[in-house]
Write a protein that binds this ligand. Structure first.
Ligand SMILES: Nc1ncnc2c1ncn2[C@@H]1O[C@H](COP(=O)(O)OP(=O)(O)OP(=O)(O)O)[C@@H](O)[C@H]1O
Ligand SMILES: [Zn+2]
Length: 293
């Protein structure tokens, strides 16, 4: 079977792996995200000894995923020091002469769940990560969505919770979804890291309020057949039933589908690929590149 390379390029760490077209991962390593020189040195020496036929990269962003653009393959305006305007695809391509698939980490994760996970057998799905930031990617009609660039569904505007006085931390928009509901917002608002708040803390009702607003917008705009929610904050499994209830309340019966009624528990779900969602997604991007898609 052909060997494929996968890179999950994250703001905290780069996870690299080797796998096959059927989604199996046979090896994985991880390197901290420091400087491009140091991190890419480790990534490229990992792949140097491997006979991969294509490499898929799912990256933190914003990125330029538009083939033919002068900055195609770059991480563009990230506030992360050293990584702004970094030519990620160029760096990998200079060392490995194979087709390279490149997309956002969340489009990759959506592709992984669509191909091998929770949305297998469907035509569409949305993947949202709630971690240090919030991002979402989607497959619609069997294709990953792109446009001018890539969607930025983590920065949408949501209705404020009536009891929330926190100003929001997004450097661009203040109180966009990411500014109000990513992990650091929870920590700032309640004065304690999100992971240390008890399961019955009011933080989770407020968090579910914001996430349900986001999902309502995604349902209305994209009508995805499955919504997969991952990232560190979603480790709080009590969020799922809270989000299910609030999403139903917000939709208020307007969109009629069994998935939004009795089926809601099976409609908004955790990643079936678990912590492999990102790496599997990159493997999916490698498969697309291998097949010239
Ligand atoms: N068990 C937990 N419960 C609640 N929040 C958590 C938990 N574990 C981590 N977090 C929060 O999630 C955030 C980290 O997210 P994640 O683990 O997805 O890492 P990340 O890869 O850095 O995020 P991103 O995908 O945005 O780059 C932190 O803000 C942290 O407080
Ligand atoms: Zn924002």
């Amino acid at each position: 079977m052909k060997l494929l390379g996968a890179i999950e390029a994250g703001g905290t760490k780069f996870v690299c792996g080797i796998g096959h077209e059927d989604g199996t991962i046979v090896d994985r390593v991880s390197f901290p995200t420091t400087t491009p020189q140091e991190t890419m040195g480790q990534v490229l020496s990992y792949f140097a000894g491997q006979d991969v036929q294509a490499i898929g990269i799912g990256s933190f962003g914003p990125i330029d995923p538009v083939p033919g653009s002068p900055t195609y393959g770059y991480i563009t305006t990230t506030p992360k020091p050293h990584w702004g305007q970094f030519d990620l695809v160029g760096a990998v391509g200079a060392a490995c002469n194979v087709p390279i698939g490149f997309d956002t980490d969340v489009n990759g994760a959506a592709l992984g769940e669509y191909t091998w996970g929770a949305a297998r057998g469907l035509d569409s799905c949305l993947y949202i990560t709630v971690g240090t930031g919030i991002g979402a990617g989607a497959v619609v009609g069997g294709k990953l969505i792109h446009g001018l660039s890539h969607p930025e569904m983590g920065h949408i505007l949501v209705r404020r919770h009536p009891e929330d006085t926190y100003e929001g931390f997004c450097p661009y928009h203040g109180d966009c979804l990411e500014g109000l509901a990513a992990g650091p917002a929870i920590g700032n608002r309640w004065g304690k890291p999100a992971g240390e708040l008890p399961a019955d803390h009011p933080a989770w009702e407020m968090e579910a309020h914001y996430l349900a607003h986001a999902l309502m917008n995604y349902v209305l705009i994209l009508s995805p057949q499955k919504i997969v929610m991952g990232g560190g904050v979603m480790k709080q499994s009590q969020l799922f039933p809270l989000i299910h209830g609030k999403l139903q309340e917000l939709l208020s019966g307007y969109v009629q589908h069994p998935a939004l009624n009795a089926g809601i528990g099976n409609y908004v779900v955790p990643p079936q690929l678990g912590d492999n969602a990102g790496l599997s997604g990159a493997l999916g991007l490698a498969t697309l590149a291998l097949n010239g898609a």
